[in-house]
Design a protein around this ligand. Structure first.
Ligand SMILES: *Cc1c(COP(=O)(O)O)cnc(C)c1O
Length: 377
């Protein structure tokens, strides 16, 4: 059974953008413990979130995360519900004490940062620091950002999963009183970062660090204690922190999956290795695009191409939809799945998160070359 599963899983190259591929070894470990967790005689799914066994699971997850990311002691780690979406809605509720009385800064580089700004607009005065872009293919230079100095924080989305745009540097805080808040949902744990640059880091786990249902919040402790009066308790970082993420029943099983995933990342060599692999995978795909004489077209400025989501058209800049359909179909025949572009941008999107081995990106790039040779006009 295990061998068969391994074969099938090796065979299918899952490029889904999220929920996304989980490393085989992580699934295997979960499978081994699915029915009886250690010597408890029950499954993690059946366990009280206040039991010593679950306490051990969540504490180990936190310890591993702290170790992998070298999280400084003055940061708290929260395991929360609602995915990335609940968390970008929670940031203004936690960092702005006055309902509709605070200013906040947002850099808009794609669909996700736009959504985050829209949430913040419900409670704050949002200053869009970047010029309005027709299409999301570049990141306006930070020096040109029009940041409101009275803003409570500066928010940006590190990797825009739909546009395929990713910062290749960490945006530094504008001032001591304006922390940087960041959505890392789609490139979490994909390279080393300096956590101390940020006031708040949020990330849903279903792309690079686990399964759907869980988000992780890493928040500097001096930012706690000043939530907006209307902040729902379940979104209140101060209370969640006080309750060690157990204010209500947390997403227990996703937390358990993330614990296994974090152990896997550590065993693989940590974030340096995740970063190297991300670079190698992305290089394989983008090199193929760049050497295709326009057969494949990626319109993103090369200085901010996403290492996680390579988005491109086939048959020229506008894309030949027939050819793209054929590409998706032929991918399927080779058991490469999930490469259809997001409906907002069309074309092809190859998502390559932590769980994808470099060989799989090589397999995809080899297929891209073959497909080009057969279909070039
Ligand atoms: C997927 C994604 C989200 C949304 O995550 P949910 O868990 O579905 O809420 C938010 N931000 C980014 C950058 C994403 O890629």
């Amino acid at each position: 059974m295990a061998e068969k599963m391994k074969k099938i899983s090796n065979h299918v190259i899952n490029c889904n953008a999220g929920p996304a591929r989980v490393p085989y070894d992580v699934l295997r470990k979960a499978q081994e413990e699915l029915i009886y967790y250690e010597n408890t005689g029950i499954s993690v799914m059946e366990m009280s979130h206040r039991s010593p066994e679950f306490d051990n699971i969540i504490r180990t997850a936190e310890k591993l995360l702290r170790e992998i990311m070298t999280i400084p002691d003055n940061y708290r780690v929260l395991f929360v519900h609602g995915g990335g979406t609940a968390q970008f809605a929670s940031i203004p509720l936690n960092l702005c004490p006055e309902y509709k009385g605070c200013k906040v800064n947002y850099a808009i580089t794609g669909t996700w940062s736009e959504k985050a700004a829209k949430e913040a607009e419900k409670y704050c005065h949002v200053c869009r620091v970047t010029p309005k872009l027709d299409k999301f293919t570049s990141i306006p230079d930070v020096d040109t950002w029009k940041i409101d100095p009275d803003g409570k924080y500066l928010f940006y989305t590190d990797n825009e999963t739909i546009a395929g745009v990713e910062y290749q540097y960490q945006v530094k805080p504008f001032s001591d009183t304006m922390p940087v808040a960041i959505d890392m949902t789609s490139n979490f744990l994909s390279r080393p970062i300096d956590v101390s640059n940020y006031g708040v880091i949020i990330a849903g786990t279903q792309k690079n660090a686990g399964i759907a249902g869980l988000a992780i919040v890493i928040v500097r402790d001096d930012l706690l204690g000043k939530p907006m009066s209307i902040c729902p308790t379940i979104l209140d970082y101060t209370i969640l922190n006080k309750m060690n993420s157990l204010y209500n029943t947390p997403p227990c099983y996703p937390i358990y999956m993330t614990r296994i995933y974090l152990q896997w990342i550590k065993d693989q060599g940590g974030l340096e290795v995740m970063g190297d692999r991300s670079d190698q995978r992305a290089r394989l795909i983008y090199d193929t695009v760049d050497q295709s004489n326009g057969f494949y077209y990626n319109g993103v400025n090369p200085n901010c191409r996403s290492r996680m989501n390579a988005v491109f058209r086939i048959g020229g800049q506008k894309g030949d939809e027939q050819l793209e359909k054929q590409f998706i179909q032929e991918c399927k025949e080779r058991k490469i799945i999930g490469v259809k572009g997001h409906r907002l941008v069309g074309g092809i999107r190859v998502s390559m998160f932590n769980a994808m081995p470099v060989e799989d990106a090589k397999f995809i790039s080899d297929f891209m070359i073959e497909f080009m040779e057969l279909n070039r006009k």
